[in-house]
Design a protein around this ligand. Structure first.
Ligand code: GLN
Length: 486
C-alpha cells in the first residue's frame, strides 16, 4: 500500500479499495516502525497519531456523504515550519520547542479544507537554515538510501519520510534550495513555485523575500496534485500574487515537441564531477528524444549567487528572528535578573550555532556604515542575476542543470565548515534570488545514491515544468526506484 502514489491513493479511496482510516493506519505503523529509535530515520518531530485517525474517520464520513474531493482522506505530512492550530510547531528549534500555534498557516488551511489527513510534522534544519538537516534541535535526519548520509536540507525530514514511504508526499519550503536539494538527494520530485504563488502566511519566516512553499512527492503528477491545493491568492500575505491557480494536472501530457532547453555553461563548469555531468547529459538526451532542442546559454552572474544570498538571507533572518525574545512566545530562560538578561539568555539558550552565526552576519551587514557596502551591493547583484534569467528566457523555455554538485555526503562531513556547506547551494540559490520557479526530478544514481536534474522555468510556468517532468517520467523509471529495505 505504501508504494502507491498520491494519485493512486486518491483513486483507491474513490473506488472503495480501502478507507482513509486503513491507509492512514498503515502509514502511521510505518512511521512507528522506521522513524524512531537509534536506527530510525528521525524524519518526524511530531507524529499526530490521534488527530490523523480522527481526521481519517471524518474523511471517510465525508466521502460516504458524497462530498469528497480528490484529496479527501489522502495522507501527507507538513514540514514543521507551517503553523498548525493546536499542534506543536518547532521550526526545528529549541526556541519554539514549546510553541503551539493558535491558528493554521494558509497552506495548512488549504489542505484541511480538502479533507487531506496530516500525519505529523517533519524534521528540518533549525529555522530552515542548512543544507544537510544536521542543524535541527531534534537531531540529524538520516537519508533512507544510506543512513550514514544526510538527506539534504532544510526540508530533509519531508524528503526522508517520502523516500522511505512513511508518507506519500509532504510539504516543504525553499529559501535557497530546501525543496530541490533534499528532493535531489532522496530521489524525489520537488517544486519551488514562483515567489508569491503559495501564501507565506503562517509559514515561519526565514528570509521573507526568498521563502516559498512547495510540494515534495515521488512523481510530477503528485507534485501537480499537491500544488493545485497548496497554491492560492491570500490577502493575508502582502507578497501573494492575485493570479488564478490553474489545474496543474490538466496539462501534464502536453506535447514537448519544439520546446527549447537552455544549458547554462556556468552550471556545467570544468570542476563539475564527471559522473554528475554524464548523468545530467543522459537525462537531457531523454528530453531531446521527446522533441526538445538544446541550446547552450550563459548566466554570467551565477558565481555571485552564493555571496549575494549569504548577505540577503542572513540580513532578513536577523530581522525576522528578533521576535523570538522569550517574552511573547518561545523559550524563556530561568529566573532572569532583568529584561536584558532575559533577552540575552533566552536567545543564547534557544538558538543553535548556525542560527546565531547568521543573526550576527545579518546584523553586521545591516548596520550603519556597512549597509551600503554589503546589503545594497547584494541587492544590486540580485538584480543582475534576475536580468540574466530574463534575457535567457527570451530564447528558451526551460533551463536545466544539476541541483547539487554531488550526491548525498556523510553525516558530519561538512558540518564543521559552514562555507563548505554553503557551497552545496551553488546551483539552487539563483532561482530564489530571481523569484523563479525551479524543480528537481530524479535523474539517475551515482554510487547507489540518487541525484536530481534541475528544471527552471519562466515566472508562472509551473504547469509547463510539471508537464516536462511528467513526460520525462513516462519514459524513465528513476522516480520509481526506492531505497533498499523499504
Ligand atoms: N541551504 C540554504 C540556507 O541554508 C537554503 C535553505 C533553505 O532553502 N531554507 O540558507
Amino acid at each position: 500500500m505504501h508504494n502507491l502514489t498520491l494519485a493512486q491513493i486518491s483513486k483507491g479511496l474513490e473506488a472503495g479499495d480501502f478507507t482513509s482510516v486503513e491507509i492512514t493506519q498503515h502509514f502511521l505503523d510505518r512511521i512507528n516502525q522506521f522513524d524512531k529509535g537509534e536506527n530510525g530515520l528521525n524524519s518526524f518531530i511530531t507524529i499526530s497519531e490521534k488527530q490523523a485517525l480522527i481526521d481519517a474517520q471524518a474523511a471517510d464520513e465525508r466521502r460516504a456523504a458524497g462530498n469528497a474531493t480528490q484529496w479527501t482522506g489522502v495522507p501527507f505530512a507538513h514540514k514543521d515550519i507551517f503553523c498548525t492550530d493546536g499542534t506543536l510547531t518547532t521550526c526545528g528549534s529549541k526556541m519554539l520547542s514549546n510553541f503551539v500555534p493558535p491558528y493554521d498557516a494558509t497552506v495548512v488551511e488549504n489542505m484541511k479544507r480538502e479533507g487531506a489527513v496530516c500525519l505529523g510534522k517533519t524534521n528540518m534544519d533549525e529555522f530552515a537554515m542548512g543544507s544537510s538537516n544536521e542543524s535541527s534541535f531534534y537531531g540529524a535526519v538520516k537519508n533512507p538510501w544510506n543512513n550514514e548520509t544526510i538527506p539534504g536540507g532544510s526540508s530533509g525530514g519531508s524528503a526522508a519520510a517520502v523516500a522511505a514511504r512513511l508518507v506519500p508526499a509532504a510539504t516543504g519550503t525553499d529559501t535557497g534550495g530546501s525543496i530541490r536539494q533534499p528532493s535531489a538527494l532522496c530521489g524525489l520530485t520537488g517544486l519551488k513555485p514562483t515567489y508569491g504563488r503559495c501564501s507565506r502566511w503562517g509559514m515561519i519566516a526565514y528570509a521573507s523575500s526568498l521563502d516559498q512553499a512547495g510540494p515534495m512527492a515521488r512523481t510530477a503528477e503528485d507534485a501537480a496534485m499537491m500544488l493545485n491545493v497548496m497554491a492560492s491568492f491570500d490577502e493575508k500575505d502582502s507578497t501573494s500574487i492575485n493570479q488564478d491557480v490553474p489545474d496543474y494536472t490538466a496539462t501534464l501530457n502536453d506535447d514537448l515537441a519544439g520546446k527549447v532547453i537552455g544549458l547554462p555553461k556556468e552550471f556545467f563548469p570544468d570542476s563539475l564531477d564527471g559522473e554528475m555531468k554524464q548523468t545530467m547529459k543522459a537525462a537531457i538526451a531523454e528530453f531531446e528524444k521527446l522533441g526538445c532542442t538544446v541550446k547552450e546559454i550563459s548566466l554570467p552572474s551565477t558565481d555571485l549567487a552564493i555571496p549575494a544570498y549569504y548577505v540577503v538571507a542572513p540580513a532578513e533572518c536577523s530581522a525576522n528572528l528578533s521576535r523570538m525574545d522569550g517574552v511573547r512566545f518561545g523559550h524563556r530562560c530561568e529566573d532572569p535578573k532583568d529584561v536584558e538578561d532575559l533577552y540575552k539568555r533566552s536567545r543564547g539558550e534557544g538558538f543553535g550555532d548556525e542560527v546565531k552565526r547568521r543573526i550576527m552576519i545579518g546584523t553586521y551587514a545591516l548596520s550603519t556604515g556597512f549597509y551600503d557596502a554589503y546589503y545594497v551591493k547584494a541587492q544590486k547583484i540580485r538584480r543582475l542575476i534576475k536580468n540574466d534569467f530574463v534575457k535567457a528566457f527570451e530564447e528558451v523555455d526551460f533551463i536545466m542543470g544539476p541541483v547539487t554538485p554531488s550526491p548525498a555526503f556523510k553525516i558530519g562531513e561538512k558540518s564543521g565548515d559552514p562555507v563548505e556547506m554553503y557551497m552545496e547551494d551553488k546551483f539552487t540559490l539563483s532561482c530564489n534570488l530571481a523569484g523563479l520557479p525551479g524543480m528537481s526530478i530524479p535523474a539517475g544514481q551515482i554510487n547507489g545514491l540518487p541525484v536530481g536534474l534541475q528544471i527552471m522555468g519562466n515566472y508562472w510556468n509551473e504547469a509547463s515544468m510539471l508537464n516536462a517532468a511528467h513526460k520525462f517520467q513516462q519514459v524513465t523509471d528513476f522516480h520509481q526506484q526506492a531505497p533498499a529495505n523499504i
